[in-house]
Design a protein around this ligand. Structure first.
Ligand code: HEC
Ligand code: HEC
Length: 321
């Protein structure tokens, strides 16, 4: 009995210095919310903050995790995060009160912006693309891959990040455009692995992997890689536009012999395509092989007599002979 009394008496002394108590009798430092907001409403709002950002009260408030709320100093503005959250609160209030009502027609019922609309369960609402490119900038591809796996492990199935096929495709595309084809191929490969049911990642992977083989190891290796991927994923993994792009990418790199091989694969796979023969003609012309260029353009015209480009190119080639 004595022990119980002692606890009751001691507890207030152990508590935080100020007149902190839970629930508070009144609010002391509300600058955006109304002072007359009912406690229940304020607590619901705060609980909404924690879920929207994936944090606890202590992320913004001075207090110790696991201790009673009565020991927290909720009015204090010591934490930067609380001050930022207040700006956010004003921003969201402005969006909902000023901007959205200006729309000519609102949804019925109208949609309000909430913290979760942007934050989706994380404190820094960056897209997965941006997070991965930042990791790459800080520590290269290994760091990017480790970040992807860690985030997927933690957030898969939640709103925070999009683990569908688009972000990895975007990031791989950025690396490819930066001239990092081998790194891009690894990411395209990861995209196939992570999204096995999706078709698009397979096409992108196949195209980039064949380009890499042609660029790094030459025509024989490129053709071998093409056949290997065809066997693995089916012929549909190389649609005509994909091969056409690949051929032009190689032409653009000055890899004329390699481009010719790709366009030969293309006419083989799409023998009815006037465009494929037209491209092959262009590659032969770039290699200075006028005879084969002429034959290819002629075949293109057989398949499509309206092909004005082939007509023009043929005239020029014949005039030069
Ligand atoms: C993302 C930051 C953030 C989180 C997380 C958060 N709060 Fe707050 N809280 C604020 C901000 C900002 C204010 C001040 C609002 C204003 O100025 O109108 C506030 C004010 C309060 C107040 C009023 C304090 C006073 O007297 O002025 C209480 C009580 C409170 N929060 C409780 C909580 C509780 C309980 C939790 C956890 C369930 C929590 N908060 C989580 C940002 C946060
Ligand atoms: C329109 C989108 C949007 C909404 C809605 C939004 N935020 Fe933010 N929030 C951001 C962005 C973007 C940042 C990062 C800003 C920066 O530092 O570049 C941010 C940052 C923050 C931070 C700082 C995190 C840090 O890195 O320190 C806090 C805290 C925060 N928001 C709380 C909130 C709360 C609470 C709400 C709801 C009242 C909210 N936000 C609503 C977009 C939003």
């Amino acid at each position: 009995m004595r022990l119980v009394i002692a606890t009751v008496v001691l507890c207030p002394l152990l508590a935080a210095p100020a007149a902190a108590q839970w629930p508070p009798e009144k609010f002391e430092n509300l600058q955006v919310l109304s002072d007359s907001i009912p406690l229940r409403e304020l607590v619901d709002l705060m609980a909404g903050f924690t879920r929207a950002l994936g944090v606890r009260c202590t992320y913004c408030h001075v207090g110790e995790e696991g201790r009673p709320l009565g020991t927290y100093d909720f009015p204090s503005d010591d934490k930067l995060t609380k001050r930022k959250a207040r700006e956010m609160l004003e921003m969201v209030t402005a969006i909902n009160a000023r901007y959205l009502p200006r729309l000519e027609e609102r949804q019925d019922p109208p949609v309000a912006v909430q913290c979760v609309t942007c934050h989706g369960g994380i404190t820094t609402p960056r897209t997965l693309q941006d997070v991965l490119l930042l990791a790459d900038r800080a520590g290269g591809l290994d760091s990017l891959l480790a970040t992807y796996r860690a985030l997927r492990e933690r957030y898969y199935g939640r709103a925070a990040y999009d683990f569908g096929e688009v972000p990895l495709a975007d990031v791989a595309g950025t690396l490819r455009a930066d001239g990092r084809l081998a790194d891009a191929v690894r990411l395209y490969g990861l995209n196939v692995e992570q999204n096995p049911a999706a078709r698009f990642p397979k096409l992108q992977y196949a195209q980039a992997a064949v380009e890499l083989a042609f660029v790094e190891s030459g025509p024989t290796a490129g053709i071998a890689r093409y056949r290997e991927l065809q066997t693995q994923h089916g012929a549909g993994v190389f649609p005509e536009p994909s091969l056409n792009q690949l051929g032009y990418a190689l032409l653009g790199r000055g890899k004329t012999a390699e481009a010719i091989e790709v366009f030969k694969l293309t006419v083989n796979a799409f023998p009815r395509s006037a465009n494929a023969y037209d491209s092959l003609g262009e590659a032969y012309a770039a290699a200075g092989d006028s005879a084969r260029a002429i034959a290819s353009y002629e075949q293109s015209l057989v398949l499509d007599p309206q092909n004005a480009n082939a007509q023009e190119k043929l005239q020029a080639l014949r005039a030069r002979r």
